[in-house]
Write a protein that binds this ligand. Structure first.
Ligand code: PEP
Length: 258
């Protein structure tokens, strides 16, 4: 099973409409010739229309950073999956560790959001990962597989291929500290093995597992060469077109994973 590499940029709470438009224009220019890799960027909600318009027909998809699971109602400040779809989003990030840590999002919330995304035709990117304390006590694999148990509950064989998983060790996000390629590969392999135990091996082999945590142009190549690392979810380095493009090109220069 060959998996196309996928590089997604998470702009977090940066880039209002004006700056987002400029960054999207720069990305358009930098990435026009890169066809071998799937690409997405996740602007803040308010900048989605500008970025969708600017990236139309480029093959660079737009993702949202969050959604609410309800289809409508009195949920001040929230946004539905269908609204995101109507605004031109293809993907949505779910369960980012900042949402879990700072906004109290739980695994059952992630599961509800995942089902809502799929119902609306959005492609979810589900984030999982352990804290430094959990890693140091030897629990990294247990933590991510426990997250998967709840996060993916009720996901059928039909829906699994639409799901991307992002392994993002919390201690590596925005810290400049990256998991080494063997450390990341070990957890990616454990995630795929969990998928094989719960679905067929064919389906498990089809799911893309991204690594996230201080990925930059210098470390991307070595991470992306590992057999179970199918791409990257990039925070800080996605805020400059040249650095995001360099990561995307590093992904494009390797062969797809088997
Ligand atoms: C992220 O926000 O998902 C992320 C991995 O951030 P950074 O690349 O800045 O560590």
């Amino acid at each position: 099973m060959s998996r196309r590499k996928f590089i997604a940029g998470n702009w977090k709470m940066h880039m209002g409409p004006g700056r987002a438009d400029t960054l999207a224009q720069d990305l358009r220019r930098e990435l026009l010739d890169l066809q071998a890799v799937d690409l997405a960027v996740a602007p803040p909600f308010i900048s989605i229309p500008e970025v969708v318009a600017r990236l139309r027909h480029t093959g660079i998809h737009v993702a949202a950073q969050n959604l609410h699971w309800e289809p409508r109602g009195a949920f001040t400040g929230e946004i539905t999956a269908e609204m995101l779809r109507d605004s031109g989003c293809t993907y949505v990030i779910i369960g980012h560790s900042e949402r879990r840590r700072l906004f109290g999002e739980t695994d059952p919330d992630v599961n509800r959001k995942l089902h809502a995304a799929l119902r609306a035709g959005l492609l979810p990117i589900v984030c999982i990962g352990e804290s430094l304390e959990q890693r140091e006590s030897g629990k990294a694999t247990e933590v991510v597989t426990t997250q998967l148990e709840t996060d993916l509950a009720g996901i059928t064989d039909d829906h699994l291929p639409l799901v991307t998983i992002a392994y993002e060790p919390i201690w590596a996000i925005g810290t400049g500290r990256t998991a080494s390629p063997p450390q990341a590969q070990e957890i990616h392999a454990a995630i795929r093995s969990w998928l094989r135990q719960h679905y067929s091996s064919g389906l498990a082999a089809a799911v893309r597992i991204l690594y996230g945590g201080s990925v930059n142009h210098a470390n991307a190549g070595n991470l992306l060469r590992r057999p179970d690392i199918d791409g990257a979810l990039v925070g800080g380095a996605s805020l400059k077109a040249s650095s995001f493009a360099a990561i995307a090109r590093a992904a494009g220069s390797g062969l797809p994973n088997h």
